[in-house]
Design a protein around this ligand. Sequence first.
Ligand code: SAH
Length: 474
Amino acid sequence: MKQYSKDDILTVRITDMDDAGCGIGKDEDGFTLFVKDAVVGDTVKVKIMKAKKNFAFARLSEVIEPSPERVIPPCPNARACGGCQLQALDYAAQLRFKAGKVRNNLMRIGGFDEEFLDAVFEEPIGMEEPFGYRNKAQYPVGRDRKTGEIIAGFYAGRTHDIVPCLSCMLGPSEYEGILRAIIGYMNAKAIEPYSETTGKGLVRHILIRKGFRTGEIMVCLIVNTKSSDKRVVSVFDGLGEVLGIHSLSLNFNDRNTNVIMGDETVCIFGSPVIHDSINGVMFEISPRSFYQVNPIQVERLYGKAVEYAALSGDETVWDLYCGIGTISLSMAGSASKVYGVEVVPEAIEDARKNAVANGISNAEFMVGKAEEVLPEFYRDKAADGMCHPDVIVVDPPRKGCDEVCLDTMLRMSPSRIVYVSCDSATLARDLKILSDGGYRIEKVCPVDMFPQTVHVETVCLLVLRNDVTHINID
Ligand code: SAH
């Protein structure tokens, strides 16, 4: 096999893409090249950056023959920013890429065969308008190294150099005007942006969130001072009116850290929260609370979860990893009782408030780890025969479900399990365990919550096989 070294130049055809959206090509000897920014179907000229024995990472220097699926990225910053790994791929091809990624993981890690997957896979749910969908954006603020002007934008790949960019195409178009107005205000009032090198300057980040259904916009400025610094509030006098927004707050972070937000927030204009609704349920959003970033697709994602749960009104439903209760509250109307479990106490407080605000009284929320709360409940209630939930919904973080949690789910033997996943590799691992434990995978549906990026959400329906009895009181 031919050996390559740094700076070698060669031409290669891209025949595949890895999970991170990097193009993969092989030379005539089967030596593998990973080429960032190249898409499947391209023939490209590349320069080797780092060569190993059997593979190398290369930089795209020229597209010699573009793939029929290649498009011109509409954002001029697409390559520098790196947030949108798939912007050069036609949207229909992005959806195929994502469905393929889920399928491959289910085959490779889950051990499910192709024919079976063909039968259970549904068409991926994409967006009609795959830009402008993100309701939340945060921009670092600083001074341009060359011109000295105040800028906001994104960090250039792996550095903390700010590339000015006020119009991220994934966010709503109003955000640009808001950023310009804030920068204008800072210039007029001589408010200094933060500098990571000196640790001086006031404004570190600008966070903007919008309730798409209500139109309410929230701005939170992350400032480099302590909450006891009372003068800082007057520095921003009148800014809320200038911006014409619903809520303006300051979040205090004077630590030398990569973590964007500090622990304390104070509202200095308008309301401390904004609202948004998902499938008719209203949610309150504060600057620090977790809220799904794609409000359009989240309705479809939960719609799919509700469809798979097939509730008639009599069921007991568990929503594990429930966050602020978005799935629990979406299902409460068609269930007899919903239990939500979540490890972050503030999220549970929000979930309870959201239930009350929506007049929902059949949802109960518990703070704790799913793998601890569920077995405890099972131990207490199994003996009373009260432990047969009809449906368990899980929506775990990337690392998937804990084994103890999966094991308890199997013992509780709900008729249906709806698995919502943001990582198809851990999904595949967990589906294998559930399927070996007596469940049949009935449906799998990829949902595109993050167009232009490589991320994909998947909803999966599992049904208890009728040849297994799991009620196992020990
Ligand atoms: N279903 C919610 C949140 C999903 S994100 C929504 O769609 O909005 C996953 C959630 O799991 C996060 O809120 C995280 O705090 C929580 N979490 C992480 N580990 C957990 C565990 N071991 N037990 C319970 N919740 C956990």
